[in-house]
Design a binder for this molecule. Structure first.
Ligand code: UDX
Length: 405
């Protein structure tokens, strides 16, 4: 079947690739002409494991265009455009504009919103253009996006008409399917992300407590908690706080949305507040460990998490900025994917960077970092992600670890 995807960021590109792999003819639309040109030439603008190979494999079923006209004849058009949070409020105008555009070009093509939108948005677009709109939020994690789209924990579809029919395009996933109202679908996405963000702020607070208790280690505490099926071990890794393009923006958007409805989401609000202060609090601790401001420091990792080149709301970048603000100017960084960021001195290989440093700060959980630091004895190591085995490598500081252990 012919399906169009509007907005070729992580969600749009991965959705295109996975659906084309299932035999559909997919047209991808983006207003960024340069992005379309690169895609047409076979260049993938983002780093995402498995994505290039999948696009290459299905190239004959994929078309890239910067004209909405190309959607003509699509059974479904999936909206995957950004929904930024501006002044703590969601901005859905890209979704609304693209919905109107699709409606003008092809009134027969069924509109599906995949972008994260606050409850009521699908209904609002529907009444503006007098059509049924489907909601199909995505739950893909960057770095795992292809797998998460091919085998998601669940597929959520909201709407009034045509939901069963649309659900067939995802039946290959064999995943749990929830068919419900638009509003439930929209809220499932926010409630899930806000809950996961809360898990992270919660475990980071427990990590603060562990650091004060001789004998305590958050990793072991999280393992013990995680064995309880009601809790689960995922998203209980203490670290620098959550970053990226989703959690910070979604938690702020749902808190202000609820506020407008007269409901105070106090748990989410304190999750946000704790996360916003996280880097400042960690740097307070680092100041005690690195008293000399001209010490040679290398920060390992620049992206918001491992296996991605995405720097949006990266806690590592925030950390570097804060360290510089407090006078640490002898700073370098290494990242497995990113080689250029304005104002940051990035070293091309990790070993050179480590050799040069007096202090090494692990800021992102790339598994290769623990290999680089294995056997390193004459450097001070600060592990903000707890990926280094503290039984074999001496840590000067580890999040959630009482170093007097
Ligand atoms: C997230 C959601 O997981 C996904 O379902 C949604 O659709 C989009 O947002 P993503 O932003 O790609 O995906 O990243 P994720 O893996 O969820 O991590 C978010 C942040 O939390 C990262 O900064 C990560 O380092 C941090 N994190 C995650 C922790 O600090 N500890 C953990 O245990 C897990």
């Amino acid at each position: 079947m012919k399906i169009s995807v509007v907005g070729l960021g992580y969600v749009g590109l991965v959705t295109m690739a996975v659906l084309s792999d299932n035999g559909h003819e997919i047209v991808g639309i983006d207003i960024d002409g340069e992005k379309i040109r690169r895609l047409q030439e076979g260049e993938i603008p983002i780093f995402e494991p498995g994505l290039s190979a999948l696009i290459e494999k299905n190239r004959k079923r994929l078309e890239f265009s910067n004209s909405y006209d190309s959607i003509t004849g699509s059974k479904y058009t999936l909206i995957c455009v950004p929904t930024p949070t501006v002044n703590d409020r969601i901005d859905v105008h890209y979704v609304i504009e693209s919905g109107k555009k699709i409606n003008e070009i092809d009134p027969e093509s069924k509109i599906v919103i995949k972008s994260t939108v606050t409850p009521g948005t699908a209904r609002m677009l529907g009444s503006m253009i007098n059509r049924e709109i489907l909601s199909n939020p995505e739950f893909l994690r960057e770095g795992n996006a292809v797998k998460d789209t091919t085998k998601p924990d669940r597929v959520v579809i909201g709407g009034n008409g045509g939901v069963e029919d649309f659900s067939k395009i995802w039946s290959f996933t064999n995943s749990n399917m929830i068919i419900t109202t638009n509003e439930n679908a929209e809220l499932i996405k926010y409630a899930s992300n806000a809950f996961l963000a809360t898990k992270i702020s919660f475990i980071n607070q427990m990590a603060d407590l562990c650091e004060r208790i001789p004998g305590a280690d958050i990793r072991v505490v999280a393992d013990g908690m995680g064995m309880d099926k009601r809790i689960g071990r995922a998203f209980l890794n203490a670290g620098t706080g959550y970053g990226g393009s989703c959690f910070p923006k979604d938690t702020r958007a749902i808190a202000s949305f609820a506020n407008d409805m007269g409901v105070e989401l106090s748990i989410i609000k304190s999750t946000i507040e704790y996360n916003e202060n996280r880097i400042g609090n960690l740097v307070n601790r680092i100041e005690n460990i690195i008293p000399e401001k001209d010490s040679r420091i290398t920060v390992l990792g620049l992206s918001f998490k491992e296996n991605t080149g995405d720097l949006r709301e990266s806690k590592s970048i925030e950390l570097i900025t804060e360290l510089k603000r407090r006078g640490y100017n002898n700073l370098k960084a290494f990242d497995p994917v990113t080689s250029q960021v304005e104002g940051i001195d990035i070293v091309a290989d990790a070993e050179t960077a480590i050799k040069w440093s007096e202090f090494v700060i692990v800021a992102t959980e790339w598994p290769s970092f623990s290999e680089y630091l294995e056997g390193v004895k004459d450097r001070h190591i600060i592990d903000l992600r707890r990926i280094i085995d503290n039984k074999t490598v001496k840590l000067d500081y580890g999040v959630g670890l009482n170093v007097t252990n």
